[in-house]
Design a protein around this ligand. Structure first.
Ligand code: ADP
Ligand code: MG
Length: 727
């Protein structure tokens, strides 16, 4: 390799080519290492500037640098940026035409091109290998190198063939780069690329300005709205597991007055692009996304990242939270956690191979430990990536700002270490816990571990307690993971020293998320738990309803239905907006009937010194599901109901049910165009009069009274009636 290297020449080149005044973090030593012809392994957090580590050396050495990258979309982006700097970079992938490919090959061979981006799939092609054999290659850089390891979170089988492909091109230096690699993954990458002797440069993963918090997934929508109200106008990302959830949350937020847009792979590319641009240009504040969002996004002032669902791995979690606070200012990382989410995630893996399933399970288990652990979150995350956080209290996570109760735990730590020692450092957490607790299962029997002195020494505590102790012993470095054998625990130097001379160790108990019932479902007409509302207020509201009904000569249920009153007696709405957010109400009704109810609630709240839950009332959207929106639109366009039902594969009966639900939650449907076709005026009047004078809108009562009408007709008229009177 011909190298131009003078001390300040590097800085001069940086300025000349990229216009930057100085290097960041490890960039300079990494670049020097590459220029001196060494294999180099770079571990640097997202956004720290890994690309420059190979781009600058590529410009300073003779020949073509090959960059292997997993994502075609990112490739184009990077190449565009390089071209903008006047650097001759190209990419080679399936999106190009034959002509374009021929031209690129020619320019590579003639030495015109300095950087060539390829996906491993393209590199694997015989024709590409053949042509690259004719090219003078300076080095190969492998971006996102964690894709090599099946122990990591983003394994790509093609990546494991890279070494073989490179070998066909001759001997050359290899640069591997990644933002996430646990010690295990790191070793795996180096082994696979046969670069164990490479120089490894690891930057600190500590993001000092990020605040980490885990909350139970309970009344999640309310918690979310409350959180967002506290951060109104700020830029943020909300990650959800499914496309459906993304859509739902985006809509929930819009209905509640936030500017939010969805982003997921199922959207039209145009829409997706627009939503992303709107977020970048601050047309919307919040993007609700599946993890498809964020790769290559570099918005510096994202102020919060919320995980509405539990992520699949700590690697993913770290990457996603890492998108907040890139400018060094505030970055809040909030995760809603439930055990149920882990079970769901585990189910997704059921079609994978045994090995893949097992790997995915281990990643999930780490997630579980992280969420439930009482230890400083920062310390845990850094420990996971093989870095020690020395501080005792980071002051920037929930476990530090709101610590769990501590206890002196040296006796427990001692037992944990002894268990590892006496079983010869060959076992994992679950077995160690069984030995300590004296649980005689098959393993214990087959290894005769019941003979060990430590067997049953901890039988007064439960399994969760011991799991937690062992996890804490790991994070505090009395124990360590065996990198070669996943899951196996060993004793560290610190642990051995402790056995000789024990000292006090402060432990804490895990968070208990098991008692937390998950209440994810909040359908449009959730019945309010009968015990949970304020019965006295409810009675007062009912009395008022009766009075108004009399005055207006309307049946009471037309004004507000019971479930709406129950909800009012739960959330104490005192403004029009709050009242409109009650299920089955809506602004139309508030304007028509709301005034006296609001006055009553206000007085009641004042008299009884009640703190209203108004600020956390979650407005649910009428148009929650696509079908409902569709129906509303079609009826607006006066499309025949049969046709609407057919196009959504609904029976007429199901369509009517949907329409009733739409009416009950406060949206008017004008179906006169249809009713006029199927019922003559006098018959319409008969049904209408019935509902006007009836005490209830029960269908059974109506059918008993209205002889000679079909149920469909009566239901249709009821929709008309509800639309005209109740909304
Ligand atoms: P990574 O691949 O590590 O996630 P990138 O290589 O995409 O990060 O770089 C992130 C951002 O940092 C880019 O916008 C890049 O232009 C910028 N950057 C990189 N190095 C420097 C530097 N020395 N000075 C200023 N900006 C830099
Ligand atoms: Mg990168």
């Amino acid at each position: 390799m011909v190298v131009a290297e003078e001390k300040d020449e590097l800085k001069a080149k940086l300025k000349e080519i990229f216009g930057y005044g100085s290097f960041r973090g490890n960039q300079e030593i990494v670049i020097k290492n590459i220029l001196s012809g060494r294999n180099t392994f770079v571990i640097m957090p997202t956004g720290a500037g890994k690309s420059l580590c190979y781009q600058l050396p590529a410009m300073m050495t003779e020949g073509l640098a090959i960059v292997i990258s997993p994502l075609i979309a990112l490739m184009k982006n990077q190449v565009d940026q390089l071209n903008a700097y006047g650097i001759n970079a190209r990419f080679l992938n399936s999106t190009l035409s034959k002509g374009e490919i021929t031209k690129i090959r020619k320019d590579c061979i003639s030495g015109k091109i300095k950087l060539l981006y390829v996906a491993p799939e393209s590199l694997n092609k015989e024709e590409n290998i053949e042509f690259l054999q004719k090219v003078n290659i300076s080095f190969v850089a492998i971006d996102e190198a964690h894709c090599i390891s099946e122990w990591g979170h983003d394994f790509r089988p093609e990546y494991r063939k890279i070494k073989t492909m490179i070998a066909q091109l001759g001997t050359m230096n290899v640069i591997a780069l990644t933002a996430t690699a646990t010690p295990k993954v790191q070793l795996d990458i180096q082994k696979n690329l046969q670069m164990e002797e490479a120089d490894v440069f690891i930057s600190s993963f500590n993001r000092k300005n990020l605040y980490y918090e885990v909350r139970p997934k309970k009344e999640t929508k309310k918690q979310l709205i409350r959180f967002l109200k506290e951060h109104k106008g700020k830029s943020g990302i909300i990650y959800c597991l499914s496309r459906k959830k993304v859509e739902e949350i985006a809509q929930l937020l819009n209905v509640n007055g936030f500017k939010a847009a969805p982003y997921h792979a199922g959207l039209d590319p145009d829409v997706r692009m627009k939503n992303q641009d709107d977020f970048l240009n601050e047309e919307v504040d919040i993007i609700c996304a599946t993890i498809a969002f964020g790769m290559g996004i570099d918005k510096p002032d994202v102020r919060f990242v919320v995980h509405y669902d539990v992520p699949k791995s700590l690697e993913g979690y770290y990457q996603e939270t890492g998108r907040s606070g890139r400018d060094g200012l505030e970055g809040i990382c909030l995760m809603f956690y439930s055990h149920n989410d882990l079970n769901k995630l585990e189910k997704f893996n059921k079609d994978k191979s045994v090995q893949e399933r097992e790997n995915a399970r281990i990643l999930l288990q780490e997630m579980e430990f992280y969420a439930e652990s009482p230890v400083c979150r920062r310390k845990q995350l850094l420990h996971y990536f093989g870095e020690e956080y020395e501080g005792k209290n980071c002051g920037m996570c929930d476990n530090c700002t709101n610590p769990r109760e501590r206890f002196e735990g040296s006796q427990f730590v001692k037992i944990a270490i002894e268990a590892v020692q006496q079983t010869n450092e060959r076992f994992g957490l679950a077995h160690l816990v069984n030995v300590i607790r004296g649980i005689e299962d098959e393993y214990v029997k087959s290894y005769a571990h019941f003979d060990l002195p430590v067997y049953g020494k901890g039988d007064t505590e439960d399994a969760d307690f011991w799991k937690s102790v062992i996890r804490q012993a790991l994070i505090y470095q009395y124990l360590e993971k065996d990198i070669e054998n996943i899951g196996v625990l060993k004793i560290s130097q610190k642990g051995l020293a402790f056995l000789k001379k024990p000292h006090e160790v402060e432990l804490a108990r895990d968070h208990d998320f098991t008692t937390v019932a998950e209440d994810e479902e909040s359908s449009e007409r959730t019945p309010v738990n009968s015990k949970s509302y304020d019965e006295k207020l409810f009675e007062m509201l009912k009395t008022l309803r009766k009075k108004i009904a009399k005055e207006k000569d309307l049946p009471p249920y037309v004004i507000f239905q019971d479930p709406s009153l129950e909800e009012m007696a739960t959330t104490y709405p005192t403004s029009k907006e709050e009242m409109a957010s009650v299920n089955g109400v809506g602004m139309g009704k508030v304007n028509k009937f709301g005034k006296e109810f609001l006055e009553l609630i206000q007085k009641y709240v004042d008299d009884n010194d009640i703190e209203t839950a108004a600020e956390v009332v979650v407005k649910s959207s009428v148009n929650k599901s696509k079908i409902k929106i569709f129906i509303i639109q079609q009826i607006d366009r006066k499309v025949d109901l049969e046709e609407i039902a057919e196009s959504k594969s609904l029976t007429f009966d199901e369509l009517l049910t949907e329409m009733e639900n739409i009416c009950y939650s406060g949206t008017k449907l004008n179906v006169d165009y249809y009713i006029d076709e199927v019922l003559d005026e006098s018959r319409q009047e008969e049904i209408y009069d019935y509902f006007l004078n009836s005490e209830t809108d029960s269908m059974d009562d109506a059918m008993a009274e209205l002889k000679g009408f079909s149920e469909d007709d009566v239901r249709l008229m009821r929709v008309k009636f509800l639309s005209e009177y109740a909304n």
